[in-house]
Ligand binder design. Structure first.
Ligand code: PMP
Ligand code: GLU
Length: 397
C-alpha cells in the first residue's frame, strides 16, 4: 500500500514551478541561466505599497484577520470592480485569499462534485486541470490552435456542454497564450451560458491590466449570467506582488460564504501585513501599473520581432499577459549530439541544457506542440535569451 494518498499520487507537479526550480539549480552550479520560465514581473513592488506594509507592522497589525479579509480591503475591491469594471458587488461577496491560486482552489473545491465536468479551453494555465483533479472532477478540454488565436468559438463551447457540466474555467488575458477575448467574443460565450443555467463560469482576470489592445472586458458584465460567474483576480501581476500572496474571488453570496468556510479550515485569512499593502495598492492609483504595462509592451514587440526571425517557430502576437507560446512542432524528430527531440517538453529541456534558457514545455498547459516563454525580464536579458535560443535551435538537424 502506498504511504501517500491517491489524491497526491495522481497530482502533477506544477510545471512552471518545476522549470523555475531546474533553472535555479543550474544557476547555483555557476551556469549563466536566463529564466523565462516563471510568470512573474521582474519589477519591484511600488514604494507606496511597501510603505503601507511597514506601517502595518509598526502598528502591530500582526494578528489573525477575518478569514475573508479586512472589511476595508474587501470594500476597496468592491470599489475597484465598480470603478474599473462597472460591476456591482457587495463586500460580503468578496473573499480575499492567499493568492489567486488559492482563490481558484477555493472556488473549484466549493463548486465541483466528484464526476462533474469542468470545461477548460486549451492551452490553459497549468494549475486548472490539477485543481479539478483535487476536486475529483473531470476536465473536458476544448482545443484551440494558433490559427484561431487560441480562442474558442460559441459553437465549440456549446458542443462541449453536457448535463454533467458544472464549471467552465478560462483566463483572459490568457496565460500561456496572451490571447484576449473582446466584448463581442465574450458575449457570444455568455449567450451559450444563458441557455445552460447549470453551468458556472470561473473567469480568471489576473492579467487584466496587462492588455495591449483595449480596456479589460469581464464576462461578468452580462447581467443574465453574472450570478453564475466567479471572478478571480489578484495583485501579483498588476502590482508586481507575487511574493506577497494575495488574490480574491468575487461571486454570489452563496459561493463567497462557501469559499470563506473552505479557507477557514485550510489557511484562515491572508497575511495581515499583505492585506494592508493590498489596500494601499488599490487606493494608490494605476500609475505604476501603467508604467509596467508600457515596459511589457515594448518587450513584447522586441521579442516578437526576434522570435519571428527564427526559422521553424510559429509565433502569434499576444494581445496581453507576458508570455509567448510558439508552436515548435517543426523541431520534432530533429537531433543534436545523439539526442532526438520528441516533444515540446524535451525541446524545453534541450534549451535549458544547450542555451541555458529556462522555458516551460506546453504539455502541462494542455498543448504539447508549443513552449512558453515569459518576457517579464529585462530587455538585454530577453535579447540575449532569444539569441541563444536561435543558436541552439539552429544546431538541431
Ligand atoms: N491565474 C493565472 C492565469 C496565473 O498565471 C497565475 C500565476 N501566478 C495565477 C492565477 C495565480 O496567481 P497568484 O496566486 O500569484 O495570485
Ligand atoms: N502563474 C505564474 C506562471 O504561470 C507563476 C507560477 C505559478 O504560480 O505556477 O508561471
Amino acid at each position: 500500500m502506498s504511504t501517500l494518498s491517491n489524491r497526491i499520487n495522481n497530482l502533477s507537479e506544477s510545471a512552471t514551478i518545476k522549470m523555475a526550480k531546474l533553472g535555479r539549480e543550474l544557476a547555483a552550479k555557476g551556469v549563466d541561466v536566463i529564466s523565462l520560465s516563471f510568470g512573474e514581473p521582474d519589477f519591484h513592488t511600488p514604494e507606496h505599497i511597501k510603505e503601507a506594509a511597514k506601517q502595518a507592522m509598526d502598528k502591530n497589525m500582526t494578528y489573525y484577520t477575518p478569514v475573508a479579509g479586512y472589511p476595508d480591503l474587501r470594500k476597496a475591491v468592491v470599489a475597484k470592480l465598480k470603478n474599473e469594471n462597472g460591476l456591482d458587488y457587495d463586500f460580503s461577496e468578496i473573499v480575499v485569499s492567499t493568492g489567486a491560486k488559492q482563490a481558484i482552489a477555493n472556488a473549484v473545491l466549493c463548486l465541483v462534485n466528484p464526476g462533474e465536468e469542468v470545461i477548460i479551453p486549451t492551452p490553459y494555465w497549468v494549475s486548472y486541470s490539477e485543481v479539478v483533479k483535487l476536486a475529483e472532477g473531470v476536465s473536458v478540454f476544448i482545443n484551440t490552435t494558433v490559427e484561431q488565436n487560441f480562442k474558442i468559438t460559441p459553437e465549440q463551447l456549446e458542443a462541449a456542454i453536457t448535463p454533467k457540466t458544472k464549471l467552465f474555467m478560462f483566463s483572459s488575458p490568457c496565460n500561456p497564450t496572451g490571447s484576449v477575448y473582446s466584448k463581442d467574443e465574450l458575449e457570444g460565450l455568455a449567450k451559450v451560458f444563458e441557455k445552460n443555467p447549470h453551468v458556472y463560469i470561473l473567469s480568471d482576470e489576473i492579467y487584466e491590466h496587462i492588455n495591449y489592445v483595449d480596456k479589460h472586458e469581464s464576462i461578468a458584465q452580462f447581467d443574465y449570467i453574472k450570478d453564475r460567474v466567479v471572478i478571480i483576480n489578484g495583485w501579483s501581476k498588476a502590482f508586481a506582488m507575487t511574493g506577497w500572496r494575495i488574490g480574491y474571488t468575487a461571486s454570489n453570496k452563496e459561493i463567497a460564504t462557501a469559499c470563506d468556510k473552505m479557507q477557514g479550515q485550510v489557511t484562515s485569512g491572508t497575511c495581515s501585513i499583505t492585506q494592508r499593502a493590498g489596500v494601499a495598492a488599490y487606493e494608490g492609483g494605476l500609475e505604476s501599473v501603467l508604467e509596467m504595462k508600457a515596459a511589457f509592451k515594448k518587450r513584447r514587440d522586441i521579442v516578437y520581432k526576434l522570435l519571428s526571425e527564427i526559422d521553424g517557430l510559429k509565433v502569434n502576437l499576444p494581445d496581453g499577459a507576458f508570455y509567448f507560446f510558439p508552436d515548435v512542432t517543426s523541431f520534432f524528430g530533429k537531433s543534436y549530439n545523439g539526442q532526438t527531440i520528441k516533444d515540446a517538453d524535451e525541446l524545453s529541456i534541450f534549451l535549458l541544457e544547450e542555451a541555458h534558457v529556462a522555458t516551460v514545455g506546453g504539455d502541462s498547459f494542455g498543448d504539447p506542440k508549443s513552449i512558453r516563454l515569459s518576457y517579464a525580464a529585462a530587455e538585454d536579458k530577453l535579447i540575449e535569451a532569444v539569441r541563444r535560443i536561435k543558436e541552439a535551435l539552429g544546431k538541431l538537424v
